[in-house]
Design a protein around this ligand. Structure first.
Ligand code: GTP
Ligand code: SPV
Ligand code: MN
Length: 611
């Protein structure tokens, strides 16, 4: 079947394409009026062609082929540098189904708005049709989607971040559900008009329709705004699908750890954006005998396996990781992963054709071209790389990628961890008393804001399950769903144990009390020893915390005083924290599961008994 309408060259749809996809692509082409339509096959030759197009348009700059083989730098428009939470909408029939944490719009009204914006939006451009799989192609947990986009940069990104192309398309038969994802940068070209390196629009809409499993995104080419397989599909739409089908979409890294006795565990951990998932997933233990391997750094889908235990896959195929703060001393695995075949966005360019960002080396180079293309020196007084600059690279390139990272059946999850950036109050680590307590930890998670989205960096906000910007259902229903799925797993033979961590507690002098990074193995080891019944703990308001001597903090370079401060309980501050949690839960109204309120009451009683 061929795409037929007005002006120009349209690729014939592949013969294997499901007629529903072909019909949707035809409708999108008729609406957006591209000059041409290209069906992506995911081949290496196709990628080479895309890169050539992007070099030609100035979107990509080739890096030095010896220093950084197969790698490129992209500089975005300075107005298009991060996710736009204020422009992200969950379009449910009833406003209350989107819940208090989402921007809501009625589906019909939003559809009208989007149709208006998309009409003719691809004029002068190519519409790429990008079929993709989230999860190993053909796997039982894998889901499929098709994105149309007028951004070749986004196609190249989707090619790294997903299993993209013909293999995915072939999986979509007449009975396969698939998610249509429409994307435009919102910058049509008039005849003869010259393009810019990073086309985008001041008008932005990132819209999810959970009931019809549809995504529409307009105006941005950056990260989660545009790589629609990632946050829009694998978290927002997937959280709605998962609720219907009995599984969980989580903003979680996935790692495998082998202890000194050779026992293997798998751990899923939810931290908000730019709070250390990539680093934790690539942890290089400072304690001999422990090995950590990587399965995923951002998203996990958890589903009950045949034996009822929770299993998880990483639905992605690549990393879209935060560059600043990533260096040989903090995350050597990431540094090795991106030594070749990597696209960097909004980092600085060195004079010898390589990349740099704050934290890559202790000493900045004497001269750079900054992320906006301006000359930069260490006394410029501004960052050389944008704080949300990122690297895009295939997961398979990671030297610590686990052998089971793409097992279609997923891995059994032994422990679930919640973490945030908390300068005060929250201890380095605590174990939940049980699943319900763990869900309370997730529900009340709070973190200081980072540069991963627009807003004031450092401001403390609740970020339940690290899903605040990514939940396609009412947040309290998401909690109830986690409670239910865990309860079922518990009956079937064991829900994962749940923990909370905080690498970011600060002393009165403003310095981090915990060294973090490779030293986080001390905490991970305690967590896994708890699972084996080998580590002692004492109970307090946050649950079980390490007993004296159960973590060798001196080995992590932490003195007794700082160690004490990492677990200090200030009755006044914790009372205020609990008050805030109460107000937060109350603001969610009646959908909050009673178990969550019960847990807060238990915590308040424990706080009341403090000296
Ligand atoms: P998204 O991709 O936005 O979802 O973020 P992420 O959670 O994967 O963030 P990432 O691991 O890239 O971490 C971002 C920042 O956290 C970097 O600047 C790191 O240097 C910093 N970071 C990570 N781990 C630690 C740690 O253990 N201690 C401290 N102090 N900082 C850390
Ligand atoms: C995040 O912000 O959590 C990210 C980056 O992982 S983005 O894909 O842009 O959402
Ligand atoms: Mn993320």
């Amino acid at each position: 079947m061929t795409v037929t309408d007005h002006h120009t060259s349209k690729d014939a749809a592949p013969a294997i394409a499901d007629p529903r996809i072909v019909a949707w692509v035809e409708r999108m082409a008729a609406l957006t009026e591209p000059d041409s339509v290209v069906w992506c096959d995911g081949s290496a030759a196709e990628r080479r062609g895309l890169i050539a197009t992007l070099l030609d348009s100035g979107t990509l700059i080739e890096l030095d082929p010896v220093k950084r083989p197969g790698s490129y730098l992209a500089r975005s428009n300075p107005s298009d540098v991060a996710r736009v939470e204020s422009r992200t909408f969950i379009c449910t029939d009833k406003k209350e189904d989107a819940g208090p944490t989402n921007n809501w719009a009625p589906p019909s009204g939003m559809r009208e708005t989007l149709h208006g914006l998309f009409r003719g939006t691809m004029r002068g451009r190519t519409m790429y049709v990008v079929p993709f799989a989230m999860g190993p192609v053909g796997g039982p947990l894998t889901r499929y989607g098709v994105q149309v986009t007028d951004s070749p940069y986004v196609v190249a990104s989707m090619g790294t971040m997903t299993r993209m192309g013909t293999a995915a398309l072939k999986q979509i038969g007449p009975d396969t559900s698939w998610v249509p994802a429409a994307h435009s940068v919102g910058a049509p070209l008039a005849a003869g008009q010259e393009d810019v390196a990073w086309p985008c629009s001041d008008t932005k809409y990132i819209c999810q329709f959970p009931a019809t499993r549809e995504i529409w995104s307009y105006g941005s080419a950056y990260g989660g705004n545009a790589i629609l397989a990632k946050k829009a599909f694998a978290l927002r739409i997937a959280s709605a699908i998962g609720q219907d089908e009995g599984w969980l979409a989580a903003h979680m890294l996935l790692l495998k750890v082998t202890n000194p006795r050779g026992r293997v565990f798998h751990v899923a951990a939810a931290f908000p954006s730019a709070c250390g998932k990539t680093n934790f997933a690539m942890l290089q233990p400072t304690v001999p005998g422990w090995t950590v391997e990587t399965l995923g750094d951002d998203i996990a889908w958890l589903a009950p396996g045949p034996d009822g235990r929770l299993r998880a896959i990483n639905p992605e195929a690549g990393f879209f990781g935060v560059a600043p703060g990533t260096g040989r001393s903090t995350n050597p695995v990431a540094i090795d992963t991106m030594e070749r075949d990597t696209v960097f966005t909004n980092v600085a360019l060195t004079d010898d054709g390589d990349v740099w960002w704050e934290g890559l080396t202790d000493e900045p180079p004497a001269h750079l071209t900054d992320w906006t293309g301006q000359d930069w020196t260490p006394d410029s007084g501004r960052p050389a790389a944008h704080p949300n600059s990122r690297f895009t690279v295939a997961a398979a390139q990671c030297p610590t990628i686990a052998d089971d990272w793409d097992d279609p059946a997923g891995v059994v999850v032994d422990a679930v961890i919640f973490g945030g950036r908390r300068a005060t109050n929250v201890p380095l680590v605590a174990q939940a008393r049980d699943w319900e307590h763990g869900m309370f930890m997730g529900a009340t998670l709070a973190s200081e804001r980072t540069a991963a989205a627009e807003g004031t960096v450092g401001e403390l906000r609740r970020d339940p399950f690290a899903m605040l910007p990514f939940c396609g259902v009412h947040m309290a229903d998401h909690w109830r769903h986690w409670l239910d799925v865990g309860a079922a797993a518990d009956v079937a033979g064991g829900a994962p144990a749940v923990f909370q961590v905080n690498w970011f507690r600060k002393g009165a002098d403003g310095r981090f009390l915990w060294p973090g990074f490779g030293e986080n193995i001390h905490v991970l080891a305690w967590i896994l020893e708890r699972l084996e019944g080998r580590a002692e703990a004492v109970e307090g308001p946050f649950g079980y915390v390490p007993a004296e001597g159960s973590i060798d903090h001196a080995a992590a370079g932490v003195g007794d005083q700082d160690w004490g401060a990492l677990f200090a309980l200030d009755r006044g501050a914790l009372t205020a924290e609990a008050e805030d949690a109460k107000a937060f839960l109350d603001s969610y109204g009646e959908r909050v599961p009673p178990a969550i309120h019960d847990q807060l009451r238990t915590m308040r009683s424990a706080i009341d008994t403090l000296d």
